[in-house]
Design a protein around this ligand. Sequence first.
Ligand code: FES
Length: 237
Amino acid sequence: MNKMTLTIDNLQVEVEPGTTILKAAQKAGIHIPTLCYLEGINEIGACRVCVVEVEGARNLAAACVTPVTPGMVVRTNTPRVRAARRLNVELLLSNHKMECPTCVRNLNCELQALAQSLGLRQVRFNGLVNYQAPDTSTPALVRDPAKCVLCRRCVAVCEKVQGVKAIAPLERGFDTIVAPAFQDKLMDVACVECGQCTLVCPVGALYERDYTSEVWAALADPEKFVVVQTAPATRVS
Ligand code: FES
């Protein structure tokens, strides 16, 4: 099929028809930040972190799902683009339980890295939050909806890679939650605790269970932790 040429940040790029702006930019060595995108698995344009300006278009376009057209002129780093990305990440942070120092993904969190790269130092929006309790029902995984950014990468990998479909987006709008059907516990559905979801979660919303804190809690609870007194050592002479 005939290739087509477009311009991204003043660079001419030649790509196959059907290529997305994101892939074309990657080919040209231009970085566009992403969050919900997982190549070949989750290309749904949910987070709008990858927005870019397309000359002649009124609205910003999500680079991960917008196919290129011949002669297209794209700008990936204008003030309008940067402001939109900052706003989108700020809105995600406004409904994200920020306990970064104690989070399992601290310093390895895509949301944290995005906020830092966009220069976000504060969140202006602090209204209602949709924090639901963590699901600790399985011995291997923890699902913490209060940290979920609704990117659906876990949903896609569970369905398309594992073929299990243990979790899905439920409810609508502000009430949206990624959970097993009817918000059952992971223990009560077909989840096989493979951990694929924890590998693709960009934040600390799905992670392998770590018993360290439970051991410390047990140690602090005199009813659960009994100190076994041993006799003092005696010198044998
Ligand atoms: Fe493109 Fe999320 S990465 S919309």
